[in-house]
Design a protein around this ligand. Structure first.
Ligand code: ATP
Length: 789
């Protein structure tokens, strides 16, 4: 069965019902709505109306397997500015000074977001270094006591190591599972969803931030295969959401500061700035931060916003560097050599030969293939995880098991790695990993020697990445790398998705750098070490390929890596490898973040419209009949619709009372506020209206219709919705194609669009969930084997 026949099959998809031009308007309307529904708009009995299923549902495929189920619990954000009479009145009262003040406030907020994100970065780095340092020192003393009296059974340090790691991670896991489940993972997919226009419950909360910060310190110190960089993006976004709103639910803080920024549209801009600040602090890449925000949220970009985000990103970079130089004893105050949380070290003298470029492209292919395998395996683990850990306790215990498994794996790797180096030989030479700082382990090596594996499995992941980049050619034996790579790769795969804050950047970089060095060893054996570039270049190219193959970002990643290395000579191989790696990975599956987003059932709008969307008309995706109200409506109708459990819609078309013409859209939240304030319509006196401040007062958490306090006696009163109606809405006709609808939603961040007939009467409603669901189910149709039909 080919694609075309699927589209024409009315049993599968209800698409463009071409109508003969001889039909009258009423007949045409009936053909879209059905006879019974043709006049039912505005009547309360609509509450019980069932939406007509548009797409064949019974595909025989379970959610989370081949078809992604779009969950109704995810609500959209209202990125469209509500242009109602109330806003117009306020704008008229505005003068130039108030606009300038507002703009200055935006810059001020961006400054605070940047400064605090940098400060959080300092806190995380210093805490991890302190905790890991203590742990390493203690274990080192246990493994290698200085005097014979201190000698302990070699089983004791192993037990202590396992106990320490498991306890750290269990605390982190318990905090996540019981206090803020949304703090688990890197937070990047959640922020991506937010910027795309989906409200992710509790993601922008102070409580989430606190759990994230403490959790990531414990997870990294507890030796989990994760990095602290991804969570910085989330931390920046939470700070942005909190500072820009001037209140905090966690602290019970309610103030009127910055109250004019209390809407989704303004908040999104700040969250984008916060995410950029997080990337900037994580990698010391202010421009990379801006591009990250651009890549994830390009639909709302404009020049002033770019400047503000760059300013925020730069502030975060400066704040982190000042902070680190102030607290680190080996840095002079104001010395910016700390750069970011993840320091790639100096690549000043690294260069490459032109004939290596094809080899780098091949490395890109390897990165793409490994990345695709990683995503696929992690997806299988994630799906099974959902069934295997039903309770919070089970989630917490799982984190402990993964920590124990990781620590056991490190110990085994140390014991089976036979390669040692003398302490006097060249070793961790780069400034930040001096031998004094790094507590290496001797294990099965002789006196005054250390086990080279200890650099990879005993230090923090950042130390390991740096040693991969900068240790000399003969430092790591290929056997050491071959032992480390598969074990670490599998551990990374199991770790991403457990209930602890954890970033994926560092594990992906480390795996890539490891096989990059292996490629270097292979090439050196084949053609001679002097004919190829340094191992640092190969490690870097491998790291870039590994990361791009897993997360599939290209533009921002490229700039982040170039900024982190500080060497433009490497820009071409990095770009080549990133493009190849992403292209190869995309042949098999989506990036890890998108995969998780789809597994959660988030109605995210992708970059491109769904396949064949040019052939599908609005009638093929819209919901009907529409639930809406007259411009002056009875409290009874309003109340019953809002209370109806059948469709808890957030936007309702408002029509002219006489002709049923579409006037605009009113939000559920505004109706709730009108009812709560008992602003009933009385034609004999001037109406009391809510101010813009009052409309924003309950943002972002509103009450239910039952909490409005409406009594039976109020039911026959009237409410005038006209002043609250968004008049500047986007309408669709029955001929609008899904492709144009998609682009409208994607570019403008729309939440609702009403389909109207020729007489401007609403006949259907399209929301982002309709588009997302269409894609999910349509793609599933294509994935079903032919004999299933
Ligand atoms: P949000 O995305 O914030 O939850 P919403 O609740 O208004 O917005 P959805 O949850 O996306 O809307 O809607 C679920 C389904 O209900 C969709 O198929 C949508 O087309 C339909 N729908 C939404 N609003 C209306 C309405 N006023 N009348 C009829 N159907 C609607």
């Amino acid at each position: 069965m080919n694609e075309e026949s699927l589209i024409e099959d009315d049993d599968v998809l209800l698409i463009d019902d071409e109508l003969p031009s001889t039909l009258t308007d009423e007949e045409e309307r009936e053909s879209y709505l059905g006879k019974d529904d043709s006049h039912s708009f505005l009547t309360p009995c609509l509450s019980e109306a069932k939406l007509k299923p548009r797409i064949k549902k019974n595909t025989g495929i379970q959610a989370g397997e081949d078809i992604y189920e779009i969950k109704n619990e995810f609500e959209s954000l209202n990125y469209e500015i509500v242009q109602n009479n109330i806003r117009e009145d306020e704008l008229r009262r505005h003068n130039k000074t108030s606009s300038t003040t507002k703009e200055l406030e935006r810059w001020l907020i961006c400054f605070f977001i940047g400064a605090l994100t940098g400060a959080i970065g300092v806190i995380i780095t210093v805490s991890i270094e302190a905790l890991s340092g203590l742990k390493q020192k203690w274990l080192n003393n246990l493994f290698h006591p200085t005097s014979a009296e201190d000698h302990v059974n070699s089983f004791v340090p192993v037990l202590v190591w396992c106990w320490l790691d498991t306890s750290f991670v269990l605390i982190s896991g318990a905090m996540c599972a019981f206090i803020a489940p949304v703090a688990a993972g890197s937070g990047i997919p959640q922020i991506k969803c937010f910027l795309n226009g989906v409200r992710f419950p509790k993601v922008i909360r102070l409580k989430t931030l606190i759990v994230k910060v403490i959790g990531i310190v414990l997870a990294v110190s507890g030796g989990l295969v994760c990095g602290k960089e991804g969570p910085m993006v989330h931390a920046g976004a939470v700070l942005a959401g909190g500072i820009s709103q001037g209140n905090s639910l966690t602290l019970g803080l309610q103030s009127s500061v910055f109250e004019h920024f209390r809407d989704d549209h303004e908040k999104r801009d700040f969250v984008a700035a916060g995410a950029a600040a997080g990337v900037s602090a994580a990698f010391g890449a202010p421009v990379g931060g801006v591009l990250f925000a651009l890549e994830e949220a390009a639909s709302f970009w404009n020049q002033p916003l770019t400047w503000r985000i760059f300013f925020c990103s730069m502030t975060s970079f400066m704040s982190l560097n000042y902070g680190l130089s102030a607290v680190k004893t080996d840095l002079q105050f104001g010395n910016f050599s700390a750069v970011g949380l993840l320091n790639f070290g100096k690549f000043d003298n690294s260069m490459w030969y032109y004939y290596e470029l094809p080899l780098f492209a091949v490395m890109g292919v390897i990165g793409g293939l490994l990345g695709a395998c990683f995503v696929q395996l992690n997806k299988i683990i994630t799906i099974n995880r959902i069934h295997l850990r039903p309770s919070r306790l089970a989630k917490t215990l799982e984190t402990g098991c993964v920590a124990l498994l990781s620590t056991c794996a490190y110990i085994v790797m140390l014991y089976i790695n036979p390669y040692c180096r003398d302490e006097t030989q060249n070793g961790p030479t780069d400034a930040a990993i001096s031998m004094k700082e790094f507590q290496h382990l001797r294990m099965n090596c002789g006196p005054h020697q250390y086990n080279t594996m200890s650099l990879l499995s005993f230090g923090t992941p950042e130390t390991a990445v740096k040693s991969m980049f900068h240790e000399p050619y003969d430092f790591f034996h290929s056997t050491t790398l071959l032992i480390f790579l598969p074990i670490y790769w599998l551990l990374a795969c199991c770790t991403y998705g457990i209930s602890v804050p954890s970033g994926l950047f560092v594990p992906a970089l480390l795996c890539g750098a490891t096989w990059g060095r292996l490629v270097h060893i292979l090439m050196a054996t084949l053609v001679g070490v002097d004919k190829i570039s340094d191992p640092s270049v190969y490690a870097l190219v491998g790291a870039a390929a590994g990361l791009a193959g897993t997360v599939r970002m290209t533009l921002s990643l490229c700039v982040i890596i170039i900024e982190a290395t500080g060497n433009l000579t490497l820009a071409l191989p990095i770009t080549a490898v990133l493009i190849t790696s992403k292209a190869v990975g995309d042949l098999f599956n989506e990036g890890i973040y998108d995969t998780h987003i789809h597994l959660w059932g988030v109605p995210i709008l992708e970059w491109e419209p769904p396949p064949n969307s040019e052939l599908i008309k609005a009638t093929g995706v819209m919901s009907k009949p529409v639930v809406g109200f007259r411009s002056v409506e009875t409290v009874r109708n309003l109340y019953s619709e809002l209370a109806s459990q059948n469709h808890q819609h957030n936007g309702f078309p408002v029509t002219d009372a006489n002709y049923g013409n579409y006037q605009g859209l009113v939000l559920r939240t505004h109706i709730l506020l009108i009812l709560k304030n008992r602003l009933f319509y009385d034609p004999s006196r001037p109406a009391d209206l809510l101010s813009l401040t009052e409309l924003r007062s309950a943002y972002p958490r509103y009450f239910t219709v039952e909490e409005t306090g409406i009594q039976e006696a109020d039911m026959d009163k009237l409410v005038d919705l006209r002043p609250y109606v968004n008049k500047s809405v986007h309408m669709l006709t029955v001929e609008s194609t899904l492709e144009s609808i998609f682009r409208l939603f994607r570019a403008l961040g729309l939440r609702h669009a009403v389909v109207v007939d020729k007489k401007l009467r609403p006949i259907g409603m399209v929301t982002r969930k309709d588009i997302a669901r269409f894609r999910a189910e349509h793609e599933a149709v294509h994935r079903i084997p032919i004999d299933e039909f």
